[in-house]
Design a protein around this ligand. Structure first.
Ligand SMILES: Cc1ncc(C[n+]2csc(CCOP(=O)(O)OP(=O)(O)O)c2C)c(N)n1
Ligand code: SF4
Ligand SMILES: [Mg+2]
Length: 351
C-alpha cells in the first residue's frame, strides 16, 4: 500500500492561521517511509512553514523525481498541486510549469541520487537559469529506495552498511549551487526543526532560485558508525553559521536583539531575514566568502548549516525572458492571436 489517506477529523480548537486553516490542512497522506526516516521530519517542517506563512494550499505546486525523498510530497500539502516526474527530471518539468504559470509557488523536492547523480545536469541548469522555486534536496548519501548504494554525495572514506568504503569524491550540492548562481543557498539538518522551518519560510518568499540541502539520515541504510550522514555524525560535526528568524512583510518588524549581534537582510518583497550570527564575521550576502567558508570548514570535517548565501534583490527566469505576467491558460483569443498585421511585422523582422 503506498497511499493511505489520513482521517479528516480535526480537534475543533486547533489553532487556525490567517487564511483559516489548521496545521492539519497542510498535511498529506500517512507516510509509508521507515519509522525515523529524516525525510518525514522535513515533510513536517514544510507543513509548519506553509501554515505559518498563511499560504493557501491551492497556490502551491510540489514536484519531485523518484526516490524515498521524491515520494514525500504525497505526505504533505495534500490540497496542493502535485506532480511526481521521472528520476532526476523534476527541474525541467518544474521549469516548464513555472513558465506556463508564474502565479503558483513552486516547491521541488528531490534526493541526493535524484539531483547529484542522474539529475545533476538538470539541477545545474535550473539553478543557473534562476527558476523561481524552492529546491529542496533530502540528502542521505545513499539511494534509499533502491536499498542503500552510495550516492554521489557520500563522503570519501565513509562506510556503507555492508562495510564498503566509498573511494569517490563527493559532490557538494551547496558548493555547486553557489557557483551556479542560486540566489539563496542554505543547508540544514532534518533533526533541527528550529533551523529548518525559518529557512524553508525564507526560501518560499525568496523570488528566485532558492536551494536548501537538508542532511536527512536514512535509518535503514546510512545511520551506522562510519557514515557521515547519520544522526550522530551530523550532531557532532554541525557548525551553524547563523540562527535565523523569518519575518514576512505583513508583520511589524520588532527589534528584540542587541545591535552588533545580528544582521537583517531585506528581500525585495519587503520580507526580512534576521540572522543572529554565531560566527561574528559571517556575512550571508557575500557569495565569494560563502564559497571559501564552506571549503574551509569542510576541510576541518565540519558540516556547515544555516543560510550560507542570499542575494537580497534576486532576479528570476521570467525577468530574464521578459515573459507575460498572466499565466498562459488565462490568455484570451485576442492575446493569443494578435492578427495578420502583427504577424506580418514579426515575419518581416525575421527576414
Ligand atoms: C531512470 C531511472 N534510473 C534508475 C532508477 C532506479 N532508482 C529509483 S530511486 C533511485 C535512487 C534514489 O536515491 P535518492 O534520490 O537519493 O532518494 P532516496 O531514496 O535516498 O531518498 C534509483 C537509482 C529509476 N527509477 N529510474
Ligand atoms: S530506506 Fe532510508 S530513505 Fe527510504 S524511507 Fe527508509 S529510512 Fe527513509
Ligand atoms: Mg538519497
Amino acid at each position: 500500500m503506498t497511499y493511505l489517506a489520513k482521517p479528516r477529523l480535526h480537534h475543533p480548537e486547533l489553532p487556525k492561521n490567517n487564511v483559516g486553516y489548521t496545521r492539519r490542512d497542510y498535511e498529506g497522506a500517512v507516510s509509508t517511509l521507515c519509522a525515523g526516516c529524516g525525510h518525514d521530519s522535513i515533510s513536517a517542517a514544510i507543513v509548519q512553514a506553509c501554515w505559518e506563512l498563511d499560504i493557501e494550499p491551492h497556490r502551491v505546486a510540489k514536484l519531485s523525481g523518484i526516490g524515498c525523498s521524491s515520494k514525500t510530497p504525497t505526505y504533505f500539502l495534500g490540497n496542493s498541486h502535485g506532480f511526481n516526474s521521472v528520476h532526476g527530471r523534476m527541474p525541467s518539468v518544474l521549469t516548464g510549469a513555472n513558465l506556463a504559470n508564474r502565479d503558483l509557488l513552486y516547491m521541488g523536492v528531490s534526493g541526493d541520487g535524484d539531483s547529484a547523480s542522474i539529475g545533476l545536469g538538470q539541477f545545474a541548469h535550473c539553478m543557473r537559469r534562476g527558476v523561481n522555486m524552492v529546491y529542496l534536496v533530502e540528502n542521505n548519501g545513499v539511494y534509499g529506495l533502491t536499498k542503500g548504494q552510495f550516492s554521489a554525495t557520500a563522503d570519501k572514506g565513509s562506510k556503507s552498511k555492508r562495510g564498503v568504503i566509498n573511494n569517490d569524491e563527493p559532490v557538494d550540492m551547496i558548493g555547486l549551487a553557489l557557483q551556479l548562481g542560486a540566489t539563496f543557498v542554505a543547508r540544514s539538518f532534518s533533526g533541527d526543526k528550529q533551523q529548518l522551518v525559518p529557512l524553508i519560510k525564507a526560501a518560499i518568499e525568496h523570488q528566485g532560485a532558492a536551494f536548501i540541502d537538508v542532511v536527512s539520515p536514512c535509518v535503514a541504510f546510512n545511520n551506522h558508525a562510519g557514515s557521515t550522514k547519520s544522526y550522530d555524525y551530523v550532531r557532532e560535526h554541525n557548525e551553524a553559521v547563523n540562527r535565523l528568524d523569518f519575518i514576512t512583510g505583513r508583520e511589524e518588524i520588532t527589534t528584540d536583539y542587541a545591535p552588533g549581534e545580528s544582521v537583517e537582510v531585506t528581500q525585495h518583497d519587503g520580507s526580512v531575514l534576521r540572522l543572529r550570527k554565531l560566527a561574528p564575521d559571517y556575512d550571508p550576502t557575500d557569495r565569494i566568502k560563502a564559497m571559501n567558508y564552506l571549503q574551509e570548514r569542510a576541510a576541518a570535517g565540519e558540516v556547515v548549516t544555516g543560510l550560507l548565501y542570499v542575494k537580497p534583490d534576486p532576479s528570476d527566469l521570467h525577468t530574464y525572458l521578459n515573459t507575460l505576467e498572466k499565466p498562459l491558460n488565462r490568455l484570451g483569443e485576442r492575446e493569443l492571436c494578435p492578427g495578420a498585421v502583427a504577424l506580418e511585422k514579426l515575419n518581416a523582422a525575421l527576414r
